[in-house]
Design a protein around this ligand. Structure first.
Ligand SMILES: [Zn+2]
Length: 259
């Protein structure tokens, strides 16, 4: 299995980061893609990838961090991206859910990263929440030059799902689908995702799957819980879990060019 969304630089992993990686491996989660959410964390994510086999990283600025970028952040991201362990530009996108950064800054920083990804010919690791029309509008302007990508932690509607697929992106499914309350709509629409466009992720330490038994003592999510996402997703799609794992593993290796 491949977990394409692990926020392993998060301080909630400071005490046992190495154990978290070992537990993931023991659970059959071999490759991890470590998410970079700003310049500093992208650097830290890359350092982890350099230190561990089968760990890769992304480099980008999350929309929440758009207000805080320096004048030369793009140049810094570019330098980080030159390392072969960096497999995607991001996470980048728009989040109008809580607007931790102004919508104007979010849009500017998002556009600039799309240009960077085109220039570097790397896939994009996309975030979107409560901003679909604006997000799609910006991507559409750059789509012809982009080199693919994933709409990570997809939680949108069926209409949005179809548009993201039409744009050619992969769809990242998290433990959101394991939440019978918030995740019902997602559960009902995942069967519309073609198997060759599907990726799985934990988004750890966030979004702990609600179907873990026995229930973990900590609320912190970690990549070793990825099989619980795969379980629910396979049932929702009406497919064999082994087939789902093989296909999503191949998809990740193909998109991020690990083959
Ligand atoms: Zn995200």
């Amino acid at each position: 299995m491949v977990d394409i969304g692990v926020n392993l630089t998060n301080s909630r992993f400071d005490k046992d980061r190495e154990d978290v990686i070992l537990r993931a491996r023991a659970a059959g989660v071999k490759e991890l893609l470590i998410t970079g959410t700003n310049v500093l964390e992208s650097r830290q994510a890359l350092a982890l990838a350099q230190q561990h086999q089968a760990l890769y990283s992304t480099a980008g600025v999350h929309p929440h961090d758009a207000d805080g970028v320096s004048d030369d952040y793009l140049e810094q991201l570019k330098q980080i991206c030159l390392d072969e362990n960096v497999s995607a530009v991001g996470e980048c996108g728009l989040d109008f859910n809580r607007n931790f950064s102004t919508p104007e800054n979010q849009q500017r920083v998002f556009q600039e990263q799309l240009v960077l990804a085109s220039e570097l010919q790397k896939p994009v690791f996309l975030h979107q929440r409560d901003a679909f029309p604006t997000w799609k509008g910006i991507i559409d302007e750059h789509l012809a030059k982009l080199h693919g990508g994933v709409s990570h932690c997809f939680t949108g509607t069926l209409a949005e799902l179809k548009q993201v697929l039409d744009m050619g992106f992969y769809i990242g499914i998290t433990g959101w689908i394991c939440d019978p309350k918030r995740g019902q709509e997602l559960y009902d629409i995942v069967r519309y995702i073609p198997l060759d466009r599907l990726l799985i992720e934990t988004d750890a330490p966030y979004l702990t799957p609600k179907n873990i038994r026995p229930r973990p003592k900590s609320s912190r999510n970690e990549p070793s819980y990825l099989p619980f996402v795969a379980d629910t997703l396979a049932i929702a799609m009406g497919i064999d879990k082994k087939q789902l794992i093989t296909q999503t593993t191949n998809n990740a290796r193909q998109l991020f060019q690990w083959v």
